[in-house]
Design a protein around this ligand. Structure first.
Ligand code: OAD
Length: 249
């Protein structure tokens, strides 16, 4: 269905020019990970103000921890899918490749992507609320809320509504956007402001291509929509790019 559009895109992508991929929850859907705003998404059943805000955490840290712990347990079973893996192979072909993700599930790095900016943090990192020290942990906890050895509450090192983006990561993402020749926007509703903010930086010079089974909040800002699951369309795009790119000796 998308054959022609994907072939044209493959022709237009110059692997020596900067390529940015901006992903959201949809790329992990085919790994069995729930999205947020689809009809069966988290925010259809739960209130983000309760589960993903500093105020919600202050009000009921146990509730918040139980939700993150359930997600961590589910994610321990999840594997990267062909969409994640296609991006790893694309990075290997491209001289200047940046992957900007809103996802906290760690599946891009699990697949092997290298230059990844996790804008919303990682569910696998914990932060002490007193010292702000952070570390990686795949522990499964037995009692909630979870505390640091120092006695203070721990929290997942993810960005909650109302919190500031990490300035260093944000600057790197903005710079990548400003020099991109092509931006692939994969599996995001674009409902969180950072997506349109980043696309604005690229829209003057870059071709913006959306990969999504459904039209989204940012479809109008994109030049092309590749409709369908990313786990099918990204490997197809990769194949077309590989077939025009001579293999490195
Ligand atoms: P959303 O749940 O808002 O959007 C998911 C998008 O993925 C929708 O546009 C779907 O149509 C699309 N989609 C579903 N299945 C797909 C597939 N197989 N292939 C491609 N696309 C597919 O998720 P995000 O846009 O990522 O914040 O949400 C942004 C942020 O809002 C999240 O990072 C999260 C949430 O609050 C934090 O965790 C901090």
């Amino acid at each position: 269905m998308n054959t022609e559009a994907l072939q044209n895109l493959a022709k237009a992508i110059d692997c020596s020019a900067p390529l940015v991929v901006l992903t959201g929850a949809g790329i992990s859907a085919e790994s069995g990970v729930r999205t947020f705003r689809d009809p069966d998404g988290y925010w259809a059943r739960f209130d983000p103000a309760e589960l993903a805000s500093p105020e919600g955490f202050r009000r009921d840290p146990e509730l918040v921890w139980r939700w993150y712990d359930a997600r961590r347990r589910q994610l321990l079973q999840a594997q990267p899918n062909p969409g994640h893996r296609a991006l790893v192979a694309l990075e290997a072909l491209c001289a200047d490749f940046t992957l900007i993700t809103q996802n906290v599930d760690g599946l891009h790095t699990a697949a092997g992507s290298q230059n990844v900016l996790e804008m919303h943090g990682s569910i696998w990192r914990l932060r002490c609320t007193r010292s702000t020290r952070e570390w990686v942990s795949r522990d499964v906890f037995e009692s909630f809320p979870v505390h640091c050895q120092c006695g203070a509450l721990l929290r997942p090192a993810v960005l909650w509504f109302g919190e500031m983006y990490h300035q260093g990561r944000l600057q790197r993402a903005l710079e990548a956007m400003r020099k991109a020749q092509t931006v692939l926007v994969v599996g995001t509703s674009g409902m969180v402001g950072i997506v349109s903010g980043l696309l604005d930086q690229a829209s003057r010079q870059a071709r913006l291509v959306e990969f999504n089974p459904n039209p989204s909040h940012i479809s109008a800002a994109c030049d092309t929509l590749i409709a369908g699951p990313a786990g099918e369309s990204l490997p197809q795009l990769l194949q077309y790019i590989q077939s025009k790119t001579p293999r490195r000796p």
